[in-house]
Ligand binder design. Structure first.
Ligand SMILES: [Zn+2]
Length: 97
């Protein structure tokens, strides 16, 4: 069970809760729909900001392999860095693989 912040009132609520105990916001609908993503997803890596929208969408579509490949080309990463940065991006945008 993980705690998340209610988008309506900001209170802490379990991601398993049907609705927010503070304001009644329908948490389950949000969990099913996935995180609200910005139009353009930006990720900062070593002082440079990259547009990782395509990567985020690939992860959401369940294609982690393609996301890793795009990330690798975009950031010029070493292979062992790709998974680390991929996880960091998932955390930043609230994606649960
Ligand atoms: Zn709430």
């Amino acid at each position: 069970m993980a705690l998340m912040n209610c988008p309506e009132c900001g209170g802490q609520v379990s991601d398993k809760a049907h609705a927010c105990p503070h304001c009644g916001y329908p948490i389950q609908e949000l969990v099913k729909k996935g995180p609200e993503l910005p139009e353009v997803c930006l990720y900062e890596y070593k002082g440079t900001t990259y547009d990782v929208t395509d990567i985020v969408r690939a992860i959401l579509a369940g294609d982690r392999g393609e996301a890793a490949g795009t990330l690798w080309e975009l950031l010029g990463l070493k292979r062992e860095e790709v998974i680390m940065v991929l996880s960091a991006i998932e955390n930043q945008f609230g994606i649960r693989p």
